[in-house]
Write a protein that binds this ligand. Structure first.
Ligand SMILES: Cc1ncc(COP(=O)(O)O)c(C=O)c1O
Length: 402
């Protein structure tokens, strides 16, 4: 089987050479089999040079860098807009890169969670990432509502929408579930939620750069995502937000700061903003250039390789990993059908935390665990190899196999 993995890598190589792969501290191979890009993506080699350019510009120019850096800082965030829009299937004006994920969810919920009388419920998935759960509960509380009565957790969003439709103000779900790796039916759930009169927003942390997205066409109201997982933007990287064009310029309430106003008016020092008719109106503060620079460099890779090619290789890698895991008898909780999953396979094991430590320290395989019993393996099509999958499956078979 190891030969087969090598053969497949020769026939179907990714772009590993564009990334720094951490060295293994143990095992038979110099590099780790890095299957944790669903948690923190690897560093693109291009990032260091690009970041140093901004540091040099700062050293050379000081404040003048806002206008005179090779990539002027004042409009810097606009460099990220179109590549990000392409990844999520949005119009450029519907997309902005800013802040971090949960902050963006809050800024968007300020506009999009408008409980009114009986229509106040917020629907999330029963395995929602805790940050999303805390965020929606705190939004309910800010409106003076009881979070326990307002937030509905479900494993079947369509059924919940059918049952409670006229009482739902907001449906907010993960596009790909962080725990199971399941890809949700974003178009169908969005359509059902909107038909019921609710607003539908998506947390795309595990979907962006992983599965093809068409947010504009699907009529999604709003979405947010992070850039440190599949987008390889670095720890805590600047996140993204999407607002459908039917809402930009529609006068929704927003939290504002000086970056919410038209760029041309920013230095008029006027007391009242003139927000643009675009997602930029949801910006508040001036963007962190040193944090945005790695994201810019990384997004270029997605444009160069293309999501179609990445998704195709992702399906082949994940199918290969599944074929190696099947004989071990270890339960894979992720859907078997590639149409309903991204590149992550989640395994139910006895002691997931213990197993992920053993994999790392004994085999140089980097996976991660979510309490109490889920081990997550994500062969990332940009840089993971068939041989990485073979190493992970072989180690798991040794440690857990029947
Ligand atoms: C699905 C999901 N939502 C939200 C978050 C929290 O993101 P942040 O800390 O960037 O706000 C994460 C982090 O991993 C996540 O996986």
């Amino acid at each position: 089987m190891e030969d087969r993995a090598h053969r497949l890598d020769a026939e179907d190589p990714g772009h590993r050479d564009l990334f720094h792969v951490p060295p293994a501290e143990s095992g038979d191979h110099p590099e780790t089999a890095y299957l944790a890009g669903n948690s923190l993506g690897l560093q693109p080699r291009a990032v260091r040079h690009e970041l140093l350019e901004e540091l040099d510009a700062w050293a050379r120019l000081g404040v003048a860098g806002h206008l005179e850096a090779d990539r002027p800082w004042l409009p810097y965030h606009e460099l990220l807009r179109e590549p990000a829009a392409r990844l999520v299937g949005a119009l450029p004006d519907e997309t902005v890169m800013m802040n971090s994920l949960t902050v963006n969810l809050h800024l968007l919920m300020v506009s999009f969670y408008r409980p009114a009388g009986e229509r106040a419920l917020i629907v999330i998935e029963d395995t929602a990432f805790p940050s999303d759960s805390y965020a929606v509960r705190s939004q309910a509380a800010v409106h003076g509502l009881d979070p326990d009565r307002t937030v509905v957790r479900t494993d079947d969003p369509l059924a919940t929408i059918r049952e409670h439709g006229d009482r739902i103000a907001l449906v907010m779900l993960g596009g790909v579930n962080y725990l199971t790796g399941e890809l949700m039916d974003i178009p169908a759930i969005t359509a059902a939620g909107r038909a019921a009169g609710a607003v539908v927003g998506w947390d795309l942390a595990h979907a962006v750069g992983n599965v093809p997205l068409r947010l504009h066409e699907w009529g999604v109201d709003f979405a947010a995502w992070c850039s440190y997982k599949y987008l390889n933007g670095g720890p805590g990287a600047v996140a993204g937000a999407f607002v459908h064009e039917r809402h930009t310029g529609a006068g929704l309430p927003r939290f504002e700061g000086w970056w919410s106003t038209e760029p041309a008016t920013r230095f008029e020092m006027a007391p009242v903003s003139r927000p643009p008719r675009s997602a930029d109106a949801w910006q508040v503060s001036n963007p962190p250039i040193l944090a945005m620079s790695p994201v810019r460099a990384s997004l270029e890779l997605f444009d160069a390789v293309g999501m179609t090619a990445l998704r195709a290789r992702s399906e082949r890698l994940t199918a290969f990993l599944q074929s190696l895991l099947d004989p071990t008898g270890v339960e894979v909780v992720t859907p078997r059908d590639p149409a309903w999953r991204g590149c992550q396979l989640s395994l139910r094991v006895g002691d997931a935390g213990g197993l992920s430590k053993t994999l790392r320290h004994r085999y140089g395989v980097i996976a991660d665990s979510r309490e109490p019993d889920i081990l997550r393996l994500a062969p990332v099509p940009l840089y993971s190899t068939y041989h990485d999958c073979w190493r992970a499956a072989t180690a798991i078979a040794r440690e857990e196999g029947a």
